[in-house]
Ligand binder design. Structure first.
Ligand SMILES: *Cc1c(COP(=O)(O)O)cnc(C)c1O
Length: 358
């Protein structure tokens, strides 16, 4: 097999063991003579899968089922853009706009009710996110909730800290969940599409603080869009995404084995390796401000088109894929999710120094 180094922004690389175990389960799930693709979601084996996955999600966040509920839902993070306001926006919500995904969340929320923009990163071309101090200086009290995006996948910026937010807080963590040590208890609702750090595309993880659920006021919500229905049905209000949840469980077990602390250290090492190479390079220019740099998505440009062509050629030769930047930003984006080995990053760094010395 040719080793391909996958720097794709999502769906993302997963550990080899996850691919192997998932492939085995597609053929014969736990020696049952059935494929995981055909087992009933009501069968005991699947109920055990979803329960273990739910427990692991909470455990990896340092939370428990006493205070929080974890759900596996459909519709991606994008459905949460609509569902969060649909359930929680009564009077007004505060939004922190740090990029494309935040903006999409704002667009949906405005269809539901009153939205106040507390911070607008558009004025800085989304090159930075507010730091601790800036966040604390925002007026965040009195809202049904304040919404933010922890990591801006397209621009390559990431919050290091979240300051003090004086309203319930909803956060889109799609692209950096489980990548670093976070105080997840600060948030009232957390959501993440699985396909960036949790598992294959299909399921979306939603974690809600129990006392926050009690705040859902109206009772006339479409059932499929009502968090309470999903909570009551323990994520089986309708047929769940069985395979995506199973493969996510395999990855969650891998995460637990390695520990988030080790994962976090690895991610920091990978990021500093690549950022150092970018800063040293005469040809590469980082997109994000240094203080807001993401450890997950590294964005950069190469102005000289001859150099860029040489870089592209070398990447192709070395089987590096997925580093083309998002069409809105251009340039390059190297996504380095949890399972990306440091060897892949080292290879990219070697290519950078190769073109620099050419
Ligand atoms: C990818 C991404 C999304 C969109 O996720 P879907 O599951 O495709 O809807 C939302 N927010 C962030 C931060 C993302 O990176």
């Amino acid at each position: 097999m040719i080793k391909t180094h996958n720097f794709g922004a999502g769906p993302c690389i997963l550990p080899d063991t996850v691919f192997e175990e998932a492939a085995e389960a597609v053929k014969d799930f736990n020696h049952s003579g059935l494929s995981v693709l055909e087992i009933s979601h009501r069968s005991n084996p699947f109920v055990e899968i979803i329960e273990e996955a739910r427990d692991l999600v909470l455990k990896l966040m340092g939370l428990t089922s006493k205070t929080h509920t974890a759900l596996f839902m459909h519709g991606g993070a994008s459905l949460q853009f609509a569902m969060a306001p649909y359930n929680f926006l009564n009077n007004s919500a505060g939004y922190i706009n740090t990029g494309v995904w935040s903006k999409k969340a704002i667009t949906e929320a405005k269809k539901v009710g009153s939205v106040r923009l507390l911070y607008d990163g558009e004025s800085v071309d989304y090159k930075s996110v507010p730091d601790h101090q800036e966040l604390n200086s925002l007026q965040t009290s009195g809202y049904d909730y304040v919404h933010l995006t922890s990591n801006n996948t397209i621009y390559g910026t990431q919050f290091k800290e979240f300051g003090t937010i004086d309203s319930p807080t909803i956060i889109d963590m799609s692209s950096d969940i489980f990548s670093t040590i976070r105080d997840y208890s600060k948030f009232d609702l957390i959501y993440a599409g699985a396909q960036k750090n949790i598992g294959p595309a299909g399921t979306t993880v939603v974690i809600i603080k129990k006392e926050f659920i009690e705040g859902i006021k109206t009772n006339d919500r479409f059932s499929m869009l009502d968090y309470r229905k999903h909570i009551e049905a323990e994520s089986m209000f309708n047929t769940p995404t069985v395979f995506s949840i199973y493969a996510s469980l395999l990855n969650l077990r891998w995460l637990e084995n390695r520990s988030i602390r080790v994962i976090s250290e690895d991610n920091s090492k990978k990021a500093s390796l690549l950022y150092q190479a970018i800063d040293k390079s005469a040809h590469l220019k980082g997109y994000a401000e240094k203080t807001s740099r993401s450890e997950m998505n590294v964005t950069f440009t190469i102005e000289n088109s001859t150099i860029a062509a040489a870089f592209d050629k070398k990447c192709k030769e070395e089987n590096i894929v997925g580093i083309k930047g998002h069409r809105l930003v251009g340039g390059y984006r190297a996504s380095m999710y949890n399972a990306l080995p440091i060897q892949s990053v080292q290879l990219l760094v070697d290519i950078i120094s190769h073109i620099d010395n050419a």
